[in-house]
Every structure is written in structure tokens, then in C-alpha cells.
Design a protein around this ligand. Structure first.
Ligand SMILES: Cc1ncc(COP(=O)(O)O)c(C=O)c1O
Length: 414
């Protein structure tokens, strides 16, 4: 039996992998590149080239404006319905539109307007900066008595639910957290924290950007109120592909969309001067959807649905475990520390490793110095190298080669 530090061990795991064939469904421009950044920008699905080309030539090129009535108008909801299956929501609770930050703004304003009796927003210091900027910006915009509280982490990796409980009181209107933390990969207990929010009669808004497509999410089963997330990471929707939002069914008619655009109105093509919101999730639409980018989301999404969230999570867990085992053998002795939880129940699909020379090591990995394997991870201040594993296309061999290369480079630098 080979050792975990033998490449034959990785190859054996790849032969046993029931999802291994999905790798062939993605574009590999540089054959030897080890891409460990699918949690920032996913790879291009081969089918997406065909789909986008079809939209360009046949739909835009030939059908021109008739395209709007031949599928474009309903595309945001139709693709949203597919995403719903990945996040445990009803098909009519998810809409694809705008950027994640914009959707966060829309839903936060809608929640605060709905809970006018309360004025506190709670998030945590590990949340994605854009989320914190948007939430704090809203508090500035609305002025007193609105206030923002940032729960602190005890270990710079995760957030203790008890710290969240301490921050809550009867004036808390909204809690907003990332389900999976962008830096450490820490996964919050959605059910427990949603229950905690509801215990205090507060609403909750989850950012699913680092979960969707890699960590199972059960929005309905957790009774979550609101959520947002992006499609260009594990969903492989392409650079800047539009984000999604989720609003629980019973809240849709109660919430007021703060950006009252024509495509969120009841009858946009009557061109009336008074805004009346559309019913259902459509009211959270604002303006004309970016059809080319939207259409690029669907082929990757179909692959995720076909592979199945359960199988993807199972593979992702095996892969992060394998990566951590290699880390322990090869990198821990080189002054690296693990920046992600060891407990798999609290870990998403990337592994953060920390080193005082992390920036220098990342640059050398990307340059592929001295003919060595070129590896693309990403770097997050001050000392984190994030190694993203997209279970739909990353192999165990990718993980082996990536960690082996980090060891080689660190030995040279150090
Ligand atoms: C967790 C999280 N939330 C929000 C965003 C910002 O998304 P957008 O650029 O779509 O606003 C990102 C971007 O990487 C993210 O990782």
C-alpha cells in the first residue's frame, strides 16, 4: 500500500473517485497547471462555450429583440430555480440578479424596513469585507438610532455562537453572516444560529458565496429568512456572473424592495408612472438582466446538479482531509500553520495555510519558477495562502502536486 506522500496514493484515490469524469467537462488551457483557486473564479465548463455562442449567434444575432419573449425575460427566475435545488430552497424563492453586494444591500434594507421597531445589525469580523462595508454603510445612511455590532472571533478562524448570543438583544433587527468564511473556510451552524436569531425575534441573512456548490445548505429546513451568494466560484458561472438572492416564500409579499426598478414592478411594459411591486420573488429584480453572463451560468450549474450536492460534499471532505494530511507531513515542519478548522464538520472546501513568507511563496507558485509545476492558489492578507478545492474538477493528484510544490518552494526560499 503506498504512503500518502507517494503520488501513486493520489492516483489510486483518483481511480476510485466516482466524480472523476467531470474533470473532462471543463476547459484545461494549460495542461500542467494546478489550479487551486476555484473558490475565487471557477473553471470554464466546455458546454458554456457552446451555450454562450448559441446565445450570441442564434438568439441575439438572429432573433434580436424577439429574444426577450423567447426565454430571456424568464432567465433570472429559471436559473434561480436551479440554484434553489443546491441550497435547499423552493424553486420560487431564488432569483439570479445583480452582484452579491447589491443583493445584500437590497435585502438588508428590505429587512430593516420590515422590522421598523428594531435598529441593530449584527455581523462578525470574519465576514467578507464587502458585506461589512455594505452593512456599515446602511447604518451610516440611515443614521441614529441604527447601529452595527461586529462580533469578534476568539481564534481568528471561527465565531463562537455564544459570542453571537451575547451580542443579541430585543433591539436586534438583523443578523448577517457568511455561511462559510472566505478566509478560514469555517462553516457556521446555520440551523443553530438561525434559531438563535429567531429566539430574539430578529431576521437573518446568510451569504452563501463560499458554500453554494461545495457545502450543502438547507435554507428551508433551517427556516432561514434571507440569503445571497455568488455564482462565479464553485458554480463556475464566469467572471462577474450575476449573483443570486433568496427570500423565504412567506416573506416575499411582506418585504419592500428598496431599489424600485421597472423589472421588479407588476407591469413593466405598461410604462406607468406609479410603481407597484410584482408578486413573488420577481419584485427583487431591478433592471435588465445581463443575458450573456446569465446564460453562462447554466451549463456549470447543470453539472453540479447532475453530480449531486451530497457526492460533491463527500468528495470535497475527502480532498480537504487529504490536503491536511499532506500539510501535516510536509508543511507543518516548515513553519506553516493551518488556518482552517481540523474538524471537517466546520470546514468548507478550501484550506487556508499560513506562513510568514506567504506572499512570496504565492508569487513563486504562480510564476512556476525554474520549470517547476505552476500552481495558482490565492493570497489573503496578512499571511494566508488559500487552497481552493472544487470537487467537480480538482483531482487528488492536483492536491498532491500543489502541496509538494509549496514544500519545494518554501525549502528554497527559507
Ligand atoms: C463571501 C463573499 N461575499 C460577497 C462577495 C462579493 O461579491 P460581489 O462582487 O458579487 O458583490 C464575495 C466576493 O468574493 C465573497 O467572497
Amino acid at each position: 500500500m503506498p504512503q500518502i506522500t507517494d503520488i501513486s496514493y493520489a492516483r489510486q484515490l483518483d481511480r476510485e473517485d466516482p466524480l472523476a469524469n467531470y474533470r473532462d467537462k471543463f476547459h484545461f488551457g494549460e495542461k500542467d497547471l494546478v489550479y487551486l483557486d476555484g473558490n475565487s473564479l471557477g473553471r470554464l465548463p466546455i458546454q458554456t462555450k457552446e451555450r454562450v455562442n448559441q446565445v450570441l449567434e442564434q438568439e441575439w444575432g438572429n432573433r434580436l429583440i424577439r429574444g426577450w419573449n423567447e426565454g430571456w425575460m424568464g432567465m433570472s427566475a429559471r436559473i434561480g430555480a436551479k440554484i434553489a435545488h443546491l441550497v435547499g430552497a423552493r424553486e420560487d424563492e431564488v432569483l439570479v440578479c445583480d452582484a452579491t453586494s447589491i443583493n445584500l444591500f437590497k435585502l438588508t434594507m428590505a429587512a430593516l424596513n420590515y422590522r421598523k421597531d428594531k435598529y441593530r445589525i449584527i455581523s462578525d469580523e470574519l465576514n467578507f469585507p464587502s458585506d461589512l462595508y455594505v452593512l456599515k454603510g446602511i447604518v451610516d445612511l440611515l443614521g441614529a438610532p441604527y447601529e452595527f455590532e461586529e462580533v469578534k472571533s476568539n481564534d481568528a478562524q471561527g465565531i463562537d455562537p455564544e459570542s453571537i448570543r451575547t451580542a443579541l438583544n430585543d433591539k436586534t433587527a438583523l443578523l448577517s453572516f457568511s455561511h462559510t468564511s472566505f478566509k478560514s473556510s469555517f462553516v457556521q451552524d446555520m440551523k443553530a444560529i438561525t434559531e438563535l436569531a429567531h429566539e430574539y425575534d430578529a431576521m437573518i441573512l446568510w451569504d452563501l458565496s463560499h458554500s453554494v456548490g461545495s457545502v450543502p445548505v438547507e435554507l428551508n429546513a433551517c427556516n432561514a429568512d434571507l440569503a445571497v451568494g455568488c455564482t462565479y466560484k464553485y458554480l463556475n458561472g464566469g467572471p462577474g456572473s450575476p449573483a443570486f438572492l433568496y427570500v423565504r416564500k412567506d416573506l416575499q409579499e411582506k418585504l419592500q424592495q428598496p431599489v424600485q426598478g421597472w423589472l421588479g414592478s407588476e407591469t413593466p411594459f405598461e410604462f406607468g408612472t406609479e410603481y407597484k411591486p410584482a408578486s413573488g420573488i420577481t419584485r427583487f429584480q431591478v433592471g435588465t438582466p445581463p443575458i450573456l453572463s446569465l446564460s453562462a451560468i447554466e451549463p456549470g450549474l447543470d453539472l453540479q446538479l447532475e453530480a449531486g450536492m451530497h457526492a460533491l460534499r463527500e468528495k470535497s471532505l475527502r480532498q480537504t482531509e487529504y490536503m491536511i494530511a499532506l500539510f501535516d507531513s510536509w508543511l507543518a515542519p516548515l513553519d506553516f500553520s493551518l488556518g482552517s478548522p481540523r474538524n471537517p464538520a466546520f470546514r468548507g472546501s478550501h484550506v487556508a495555510i499560513q506562513h510568514p513568507q506567504a506572499a512570496e511563496i504565492t508569487e513563486a507558485l504562480i510564476r512556476g519558477d525554474r520549470g517547476g509545476t505552476r500552481v495558482i492558489p490565492d493570497f489573503r492578507q496578512p499571511d494566508n495562502i488559500r487552497l481552493g478545492i472544487a470537487p467537480i474538477y480538482n483531482s487528488f493528484e492536483d492536491i498532491f502536486l500543489g502541496i509538494q510544490r509549496i514544500r519545494e518552494i518554501t525549502e528554497k526560499i527559507g
